[in-house]
Write a protein that binds this ligand. Structure first.
Ligand code: UD1
Ligand code: CA
Length: 474
């Protein structure tokens, strides 16, 4: 993409007091990204020569995030003078003094704004001789937003903030979305004239509009049809409303791409997730982070998948899976807990009440019931008996175990790591395996069983057990 003669200023310096949070507002998560991540991804996609996030509150945290994920952006720091107007002024200071292109201003707390909407706004701006073009919307509940004041003929007059509005102006349903295109030079000049004589004592960006008009420049305000695209997030109620709407849109997009989603309302899919065709998602499924699901796999009901890969045709039922890989055709659950580093091979199985961690389980191998597999490598086609514990921790250090291919281990085993069990070996039920087992050997360390005749009848006389035993003998 060629760089356009365009700068995008992203306002993100505010504290976001209405969130009542230690986390700055723009770092609150929405569908797998911080609010700021959504806005910077959009800003970056416009192909501008400069993307300028303006920050102040919790600047170290924001700087770290921006440098990690949007390293080409040009961070601007707002000084102690408050207000959106001052924020833009600080942003403009990052531009070369002779920059005379268009400046798009977006807000770090308006996360659903998309590239086509900004491009349409930009086209409308460049189509005439406008000093400013303002994006607006008609809100069902305009409270909190700046109102768009127009003349009877519809031409734009000014933006009045909610807290500065008259009762009559509060009736106006058309609101300022907080998204603008400006002519750089005119914006710079107008900002110098903006004062702070308003209810919040701040330097409002919104005052630029009427100042430009007073100077004889043209300003237009254009309404958007889809209100969600400009929904601003100021508190946690709005955060959850926008999250639900975005999730519904993500689900719909995947349904159109060939994914069956039985209940979109209870299925949560981060914007970063990838799904193949003919994937089926059952209710209560949360797909988070950099997770992916291959063609024809079925996930759910009630599965949490975090940064994990599910192969084609695999099934995952009622399970919690983090930073793990599930091979093609494999099956997981119900009630499995896959912790980081689990790598289940093709057609393998991790079954009911099984916990795994840093465990490579080869193709076709099965851990079906009630087990813990930690720091282990299991070959192909092996079966781990019910109730097996890989004892990987000696109280000081972790050790690993290696189980070969086509091994059959008995129920209720403990593998005391470090240990190796060779290909084709067996272990007997109840074995505590402390020494390595060579290929083809049977390991057993269970003491020979002794049965003490009539023990119950003589030691527990008068009990129901003793009576039953006596009756069986008669
Ligand atoms: C702003 C607009 C309002 C509009 C609304 C749309 C102003 C004065 N008002 O109000 O007309 O309807 O957005 O969502 O512009 N910020 C800074 N530095 C500051 C203050 C704010 O960078 O000193 C940033 C915030 O981090 C936020 C954005 O600017 O991302 C908007 O600030 P906020 O305080 O939420 O403004 P609103 O009251 O919503
Ligand atoms: Ca806001």
């Amino acid at each position: 993409m060629g760089e356009k003669h365009l700068a995008v200023v992203v306002l993100a310096a505010g504290e976001g007091t209405r969130m009542r949070s230690k986390t700055p507002k723009v770092m609150h998560e929405l569908a797998g990204l911080p609010l700021l991540g959504h806005v910077l991804a959009t800003a970056t996609s416009l192909g501008a020569s400069h993307v300028i996030p303006v920050i102040r509150h919790k600047r170290e945290l924001l700087t770290e995030y921006i440098n990690a994920y949007f390293p080409t952006s040009n961070i601007a720091h707002q000084d102690e003078i408050p207000g959106t107007g001052r924020a833009v002024e600080c942003g403009l200071a990052q531009l070369p003094a002779d920059f005379d292109g268009a400046v798009v201003v977006t807000s770090g707390d308006v996360p659903l704004l998309d590239v086509p909407t900004i491009e349409a706004l930009l086209d409308a701006h460049l189509a005439g001789d406008f000093a400013a073009t303002i994006l607006t919307s008609f809100a069902d509940d305009p409270s909190g937003y700046g109102r768009i004041v127009r003349k009877a003929d519809g031409s734009f007059v000014q933006i009045v903030e909610h807290r500065d509005a008259t009762d009559e102006q509060l009736e106006i349903a058309e609101i300022n979305a907080g998204i603008y295109v400006f002519d750089a030079a005119k914006l710079r000049a107008a900002l110098q004239k903006v004062g702070s004589h308003n209810a919040q004592g701040e330097k409002y960006l919104t005052d630029v509009a009427s100042l430009l008009l007073a100077d004889g420049d043209s300003v237009q305000a254009l309404a958007i049809a889809d209100n969600w695209l400009v929904a601003g997030i100021n508190d946690r109620v709005q955060l959850s409303e926008v999250a639900a709407e975005l999730n519904q849109r993500i689900c719909e997009a995947w349904q159109m791409a060939g994914v069956t989603i039985q209940d979109p309302a209870s299925t949560w899919i981060d914007i970063t997730v990838q799904l193949g065709e003919d994937v089926t998602l059952l209710p209560g499924t949360h797909l988070k982070g950099f997770s992916s699901i291959g063609e024809g796999a079925t996930v759910g009901p009630e599965v949490v998948l975090i940064d994990s890969q599910v192969g084609e045709r695999a099934t995952v039922v009622k399970s919690h899976v983090t930073a793990s890989k599930i091979g093609a055709g494999a099956s997981v659950g119900p009630f499995s807990y896959l912790r980081p580093g689990t790598d289940l091979g093709a057609d393998g199985k991790i079954g009911t009440f099984v916990e795994t961690k840093n465990a490579k389980i080869g193709a076709g191998s099965k851990v079906p019931h009630l087990s813990y597999v930690g720091d282990a490598e299991i070959g192909e086609g092996s079966n781990i008996g019910a109730g097996t514990i890989f004892a990987n921790y000696d109280g000081v250090a972790k050790h690993s175990s290696k189980i070969g291919s086509h091994v059959r281990t008995g129920s209720h085993n403990v593998f005391v790591a470090p240990i190796t069990i060779g290909d084709g070996a067996y272990t007997a039920a109840g074995t505590v395996v402390r020494r390595s087992v060579a290929p083809g050997e049977l390991a057993m360390n269970v003491a020979p069983q002794r049965n003490l005749a009539d023990w119950v009848i003589s030691k527990r006389p008068g009990t129901q057990a003793a009576e039953a035993a006596q009756k069986a003998k008669n």
